[in-house]
Write a protein that binds this ligand. Sequence first.
Ligand code: NAP
Ligand code: MG
Length: 495
Amino acid sequence: MATEHLNFINGKKVPAKSGETYENRNPADQDDLVGVFPSSGGDEVSAAVEAASAAYPAWRSLPAQARGDIMRKATELMRERKEDFAQLETREMGKILKETRGDVQEAIDTGFYAAGESRRLWGTVAPSEMPNKMCYVTRQPMGVWGMICPWNFPMAIPSWKLFPALTCGNTAVIKPATLTPASVDAFVGCLQEAGVPDGVVNIVYGSGSRVGEALLNHPGVSGVSFTGSSEVGRRIAEVTGKTLKRCSLELGGKNAQLVMADANLELALEGVLWGAFGTTGQRCTATSRLIVEDGVYDRMLEMVVERASKLKVGNGLDESVEMGPCVSAGQRETVHGYVEVGKGEGARLALGGEQLTGDGYDKGFFYKPTVFADVTPDMRIAVEEIFGPVLSVIKVKDFEEGIKVLNGTPYGLSSAVYTKDVDRAMKAIELIEAGITYINAPTIGAECHMPFGGVKDTGNGHREGGWTAYEIFSEPKTVYVDYSGGLQRAQIDNA
Ligand code: NAP
Ligand code: MG
């Protein structure tokens, strides 16, 4: 039975004023109705921002450690429900259970990290240039944060935003992706049960154009945390730029794995299979390009095609399945559109290139694992984010060309280099234009206590994950305490 969900505003279930709803269905099986959600708009956003503003003074005055305790309790509830949450996530988003268990676990890790971090919201103390005076910096919450989430990590990404923001003493209004609202509902349910007061976290369901825009433009919102495409990210930056709100952007990627001729090819193979076809290629850190040094190119390509052709595609609830569907019909069309582009550009289709049909496939948005060989760096399939199970394989003559090709996209999120030469690995770390570099490991695999994010069109300099997330969600306050008993004038008395 599908559950009918309502917005969550000030601790209460609230329908959309319009009365409109939308259905959330399983991308592996369109007969499976996961839930019905309200199609909300500006009115619900305003009510949620008001509730979050009203709840802010009391929440920020709680000791941080008390907020951290609530985060811990919520996380314990998530741990108890991990398997149910993973099943729910697979049903609404499509990725296989092994991965949705990982997604929920990432949220759990982030929650426990937040509980610990609540005791370490450290500032800095510095000596003063004057006698009998001290200077220090402490961190303060900012008010109401608007959070806008994508569908590919339905619980982990909301947790990267909510846990640190709440721990810092902010309140929040979150807009889940239209395609994956149920995971946010489940997550926020744990926060509420753990004792997060009414109004501190609010959920408004609905489209980016209505709910997202209303949240961005609301004067009561102090900051916007956005994860999604670079295209929408530019829109968020435009509005928050005009209104001088803080905005943190985690955007797209066109990640590459560079394989040098001296690499352990078996290891590189495992890496690229997981990186390119895990989550059906729908990760911001997915391996979309495999750049291989001449000499091992033919062998590597052959190995990839051979293994990718054997990947079992199907409904992610089946434990034996290795790759689920695309998240939606639209996403699958986008992927196929890129396949047509690749063929038109003269790349050689070595595997896949079409949707999967027939028994077990007709009710979902399945696409074959796809490999393009002989891709050249100027082709669109070598430069643009595809966000599907499509790998572009590119041959380079040496390390220098490899790095140049790797850097030849507007994005800069993740990267991987396979080599046994430590000097070259170190040089690659120095030269690669990306927020994350892996050595002898795939482009995916972020750990929750480490900064996460990218350079160039992938973001605007912030890093979620780890301690840097706490810098996003707080403002430094510089304090001078003068205990001299007289007027001391910086830059003047000392000159
Ligand atoms: P998207 O289309 O940019 O949507 C992201 C979110 O923004 C959704 O909640 C969407 O609402 C909302 N939105 C759309 N238009 C908006 C507007 N004008 N104002 C405010 N909000 C708006 O991205 P997606 O398709 O969900 O996710 C895929 C993209 O996310 C890829 O580019 C991927 O690389 C990127 N991503 C990046 C990271 C990272 O950390 N760097 C992580 C995961 C994903 P609807 O749901 O209603 O469309
Ligand atoms: Mg769905």
